[in-house]
Design a protein. Structure first.
Length: 209
């Protein structure tokens, strides 16, 4: 009777050992899979970190470039503001008005005609040449036809045409001239008639010291 019981006990222990091995093998396999998955996850995370570091470096370089550009723009703005301040505080010595009742500005154009050039040559250029300390404020004005934005741009173009002529033909330094566009904001007359509109289309050259 003891022999069968002993044999059964051995068989049970053998089966239990096999089950334990299978269980351990299964657990090890699952742990190995988790480890492999974790390693893959770590690699993915490392790739993302490297990619983020690259993006951060690019953003940093772009930010530095933007700061340099902003600094340059700020310096230009300060220079223009300084010039405008000097013009606003200057003492008016002489003023010349180039308007359509005296000279011809083609409709919606900024080119200077021969009559406008002659007035500049005869009046403004000699005064500037003889007085090295003077400063020019060149104002562009238009009539009320057209949009506000168009008139603002056209006034500036006409004032710039005068400035460029003084620089290119008369040798006046650019840092001695300041251009301002008023568009249609400061008419000398109402804009009800062609004659009045002609006088509102003008460039005023102010000589300041």
């Amino acid at each position: 009777m003891r022999a069968p019981i002993f044999s059964l006990l051995i068989a049970s222990l053998t089966l239990a050992g096999c089950a334990t091995k299978r269980y351990v093998s299964k657990e090890v396999g699952e742990i190995g899979g988790k480890v492999d998955g974790l390693a893959t996850s770590i690699e993915t995370t490392q790739d993302r970190v490297r990619a983020n570091e690259t993006r951060i470096d690019q953003v940093s370089k772009q930010s530095q470039a933007g700061i340099r550009d902003a600094h340059g723009t700020a310096q230009q703005a300060m220079s223009k503001a300084s010039d405008a301040e000097r013009a606003s505080k200057g003492k008016l010595v002489y003023s010349v008005t180039l308007s359509d009742d005296k000279v011809t500005f083609p409709l919606n154009k900024a080119e200077l005609g021969d009559d406008a050039r002659k007035i500049i040559d005869d009046t403004v250029a000699p005064l500037v040449a003889e007085n090295r300390g003077v400063y020019l404020e060149i104002e562009g004005h238009t009539d009320s036809t057209g949009t506000r934005e168009f008139n603002k741009a056209l006034g500036e173009q006409r004032a710039m045409a005068v400035r460029n002529y003084l620089h290119d033909q008369e040798g006046v330094a650019l840092n001695r001239m300041q251009v301002i566009s008023y568009g249609a904001a400061e008419p000398v007359l109402d804009n009800e008639t062609p004659e009045h509109r002609a006088q509102n289309r003008r460039v005023i050259i102010k000589v300041l010291e």
